[in-house]
Design a binder for this molecule. Structure first.
Ligand code: MTE
Length: 302
C-alpha cells in the first residue's frame, strides 16, 4: 500500500517494526528472484507496495543541522536535547492563540500511520512509516481565521542543547512555511512517531512536519511555533541560498538543482551496488497534489 488516507487506525493498531521487517524478509524469501525491487518511487515489494526502510536507516542517516552538518551528527548528539516539557505556540491569525502543551495536543489528535516516501533535495531517498496526525486537525484546534494565507513554522532555539546553533552561519531558528492549501492538504502531517515508537530526537522529536511531495528540507523538525499569516514566510534555505532553494520546493525531476540533477535518486539502505532510481513528479503524489499548482510555472516557483 503506497500510503493510507485518513483511516480508523488507533495508536495501538499500528504494525510494529518486527512485523514490517518480518514481512520484508518473507517477501524477499518467498519471491526469490523477484524479492525487493527498486523502481521509480522507491523500493517495492512483490505486491507492488512501498517497503519502509529499516529503523537503523531512518534514525542514523539524518539531516538536522541543529546537531551538526554530518549525517551521523544527529544520532550522535541526539541525547543532548530534552523534549519534556514541550509546548507549541500557535499564534497569528487564529481564533485561539495559545501555548499548547504537547500532551494536550496528543489528547486532542487522532494518531494514524502513514507510509511515505521521503526525498531529500540532495537526491537520496527513503520510505518512512510515520505515526502522526493531520496538520489540518491541529490548525482547526486553534481556529484559522479568514485572511490567513500561509503557515510559518519554527524549530526550537536552544543553543545549550543544540550544538549546531552555537555557530552563526544559519540565522537560527530554522524556519519553514507552507501555503494554506498545502497546510490543509490531507497528506500533510505532524509526525510524532516512527514504526509505532515515539519519534527519536534525531528525527525531530517530539513533533515535526512531514510534507511528502516536497523536498525533505520543508519537513521542519522539533516544531515550537506555528504562525498563521497573510505573508509568505522566508524559509531558512531560501534565505541562505535563494538561487538554489525556493519556497515551494516541490519534488520535480524536470527542474534540476543548479549544481546537480534531480532526475534520479539514491535509495538509502539499498546497498552499494543498487542503481539510482528515477525520481517521480511530486515524489509520486502527483495525483493527489498537482491540482494545487495548476497554471504555475514550476521552474520559476521552485
Ligand atoms: N529541520 C530542522 N529544524 N533542521 C534541519 O536541519 N533538515 C531537513 C528536514 N528538517 C532539517 C529539518 C532536511 S534537509 C531533511 S532531508 C529532513 O529534515 C530529514 O529528515 P530525517 O533526518 O528525519 O530523514
Amino acid at each position: 500500500m503506497a500510503f493510507r488516507w485518513k483511516n480508523d487506525l488507533k495508536d495501538c493498531d499500528v504494525t510494529d517494526e518486527a512485523v514490517f521487517l518480518n514481512r520484508r524478509q518473507l517477501m524477499a524469501g518467498a519471491a526469490a528472484g523477484i524479492g525487493l525491487a527498486a523502481t521509480a518511487g522507491g523500493r517495492v515489494g512483490a505486491a507492488g507496495e512501498l517497503v519502509p526502510n529499516a529503523w537503523e536507516d531512518i534514525t542514523q542517516y539524518n539531516n538536522f543541522y541543529e546537531f551538526g552538518t554530518g549525517k551521523s551528527d544527529p544520532v550522535t548528539y541526539a541525547d543532548e536535547l530534552t523534549t519534556t516539557p514541550w509546548t507549541v505556540t500557535i499564534d497569528g491569525m487564529v481564533d485561539r492563540p495559545a501555548d499548547y502543551a504537547f500532551e494536550d495536543i496528543m489528547k486532542a489528535m487522532t494518531v494514524e500511520e502513514r507510509i511515505y516516501r521521503l526525498r531529500c533535495v540532495e537526491a537520496w531517498s527513503m520510505v518512512v512509516p510515520w505515526n502522526g496526525f493531520e496538520l489540518a486537525d491541529l490548525l482547526d484546534l486553534a481556529g484559522v481565521q479568514e485572511g490567513a494565507k500561509y503557515v510559518r513554522f519554527e524549530t526550537l532555539y536552544r543553543p545549550e542543547e543544540f550544538r549546531g546553533q552555537r555557530n552563526g552561519w544559519i540565522d537560527w531558528p530554522y524556519v519553514e512555511g507552507l501555503r494554506m492549501d498545502e497546510a490543509m492538504h490531507p497528506l500533510t502531517i505532524m509526525a510524532t512517531g516512527i514504526y509505532g515508537r515515539d519519534i527519536p530526537n534525531q528525527n525531530g522529536a517530539p513533533l515535526r512536519l512531514v510534507v511528502p511531495w516536497k523536498y525533505g528540507f520543508k519537513s521542519i523538525k522539533s516544531v515550537v511555533r506555528i504562525t498563521l499569516t497573510d505573508e509568505q514566510p522566508v524559509n531558512t534555505w531560501q534565505q541562505i541560498l535563494p538561487n538554489e532553494y525556493g519556497f515551494y520546493s516541490n519534488v520535480n525531476p524536470n527542474v534540476d538543482h543548479p549544481r546537480w540533477s534531480q532526475a534520479t535518486e539514491r535509495v538509502i539502505g539499498g546497498g552499494l551496488f543498487q542503481p539510482r532510481i528515477p525520481t517521480l513528479m511530486f515524489n509520486g503524489y502527483e495525483k493527489e497534489v498537482a491540482a494545487m499548482y495548476e497554471g504555475m510555472d514550476l521552474k520559476k516557483f521552485y
